[in-house]
Write a protein that binds this ligand. Structure first.
Ligand code: SF4
Length: 477
């Protein structure tokens, strides 16, 4: 076995409660405290023997807690994002000041699309990696000269270098299991998502999405538009191992961009999970046929996370969502009839948004009535078609995607609809959806049935109400 540098994989400390780790698609502090698993860091960590993964925000670690680690390692690989980049660079500088011999690299979609700009942000950054960085980082950790490692931009003798791109990984079974790293370095109880059972574990069974939604970050940066998948046996074996590592886990979540992009495979994985007897959930597009839903449900599927985005067909067409509202309605009816829970996600302020389409979307959500929902603001991430469109059309009214507390900010404004109105529509959407007798009874019923759910929901309810109180409706301009 080759020698490896002592390697630290770090999701840096950031805004309090910031869900911006190497598994959060849209990095922000959420309405209620949430944390995704840092899976994109766990994968290279699994390829580097003796490494350690530190996920600072869920662990409640501040800069002072992680600084001493700088002296214990030769190499630090930090995952960064557009909203947290400036802060993450300051963490890198503090680590370097603590141990001047420490070599520091950055990974993540933000640096993958702006590699030289990221390097220029600070002299302490020795390299940044391109899109898919698992084996890139493994080679760096094996001590290869940076000029020989594919998929890197790097600093050498005061100059910047760039190596040829690394081809996308085709045999996804080459990636080792992340659950071993989770067990070694993470505490599963520290990871919460409001609509998932607790504790949960999430991982990927493949990368990439066949759709081309203009706002969506990962398929346009790190994942691509082919759904590259692990074999059914590999996935089922990892869940079997996870069940042994974490008998307390109540639910597994497959966080592939669109787990249902390959229906026969999704059904085959479901049958394998059914034999294990685990409860699981996944991301889905709102077009899964009824017969597939039946197979998934019969084999332990509990919840689908569905990106509806908008109740306006014109907006769905504008962002190339590739779905008809009628298909989404039929899918939702079928899923609900089978008893599959739905967490629906919506985005306010996408191109074409008007006061009328905001109303259409709220009415659409009330009509299809997912069990829970999440409303986000359109976020034009660098590297996406939406970002390019916003720059070209002059819609970008503010640079930073989050405010000073890490909460999502409204950045797109249109001549007919201000970003302040778009911001206020999120609060209105939540109020009209949740403050209905049927939703209040559903949440109360869930709390009465389970004391641990009661404790959790009470805490989340307080957080949610204070989040809404900060979003006062704006007067139309
Ligand atoms: S279907 Fe979902 S994951 Fe795929 S590109 Fe669209 S938003 Fe992204």
């Amino acid at each position: 076995m080759p020698d490896y540098l002592r390697t630290l994989f770090l999701h840096p400390p950031s805004f309090e409660g910031f869900d911006g780790g190497a598994g959060a698609r849209y990095q922000a502090r959420r309405e209620i405290r949430s944390f995704w698993y840092p899976t994109w860091l766990a994968q290279p960590a699994a390829l580097v023997p003796g490494s350690r993964l530190v996920d600072a925000p869920p662990a409640g670690l501040a800069l002072g807690d992680v600084l001493p680690l700088a002296r214990e390692y030769d190499l630090a690989v930090l995952h960064t994002s557009t909203p947290s980049f400036a802060h993450d660079v300051r963490v890198a500088e503090a680590l370097k000041a603590e141990n001047p011999a420490l070599r520091i690299g950055l990974v993540g979609a933000h640096v993958a699309v702006e590699r030289e700009a990221a390097l220029a942000a600070s002299p302490v950054i020795e390299f940044v990696a391109g899109n898919e960085f698992d084996f890139t980082i493994q080679e760096v950790a094996q001590g290869w000269p940076l000029g020989r490692v594919r998929g890197l931009s790097y600093r050498v003798n005061g100059h910047l270098g760039r190596t040829p791109e690394r081809p996308p990984l085709e045999n996804m079974d080459e990636l080792p299991f992340v659950v071993d790293v989770y067990r070694r370095d993470l505490v599963v109880e520290q990871y919460f998502i409001g609509y998932l059972l607790h504790p949960y574990v999430s991982l990927y069974t493949g990368r990439g999405c066949r759709s081309r939604c203009t706002f969506c970050l990962w398929p346009q940066t790190v994942g691509g538009h082919r759904y590259r998948t692990r074999s059914v046996e590999h996935v089922v074996a990892e869940i079997a191992r996870a069940s042994r590592h974490f008998p307390q886990v109540k639910e597994y979540f497959f966080d592939d961009d669109t787990f249902t992009d390959d229906l026969p495979r999704a059904e085959a994985i479901a049958r394998g999970l059914g034999r294990l007897g685990v409860t699981w959930s996944c991301n889905a597009k709102a077009n899964v046929p009824k017969r597939t839903l039946e197979v998934l449900k019969d084999n332990g599927l509990r919840l689908l996370l569905v990106g509806y985005e908008s109740g306006s067909q014109a907006i769905l067409n504008n962002v190339r969502k590739g779905i008809r509202l009628e298909t989404a309605r039929e899918f939702t009816r079928n899923a609900k009839a089978l008893g599959i829970k739905i967490h629906g996600t919506f985005i306010m302020g996408l191109p074409g948004e008007t006061r009328e389409t905001i109303e259409e979307t709220i009415r659409f959500a009330l009509a299809i009535d997912p069990d829970t929902l999440q409303v986000s603001l359109a976020a034009p991430y660098p590297g996406t078609a939406l970002h390019r469109e916003a720059l070209a059309r002059g819609w970008l009214e503010r640079e930073s995607l989050v405010d000073g507390g890490g909460v999502q900010a409204s950045v797109l404004g249109y001549p007919h609809l201000s970003r302040t109105e778009i911001f206020a529509s999120v609060g209105e959407f939540y109020r009209r959806f949740y403050f209905r007798p049927r939703k209040i009874f559903a949440i109360a019923g869930e709390m009465v049935r389970d004391a641990s759910v009661m404790r959790r929901r009470l805490g989340e309810g307080i957080e949610f109400l204070s989040f809404l109180a900060r979003r006062r409706p704006a007067r139309p301009r």
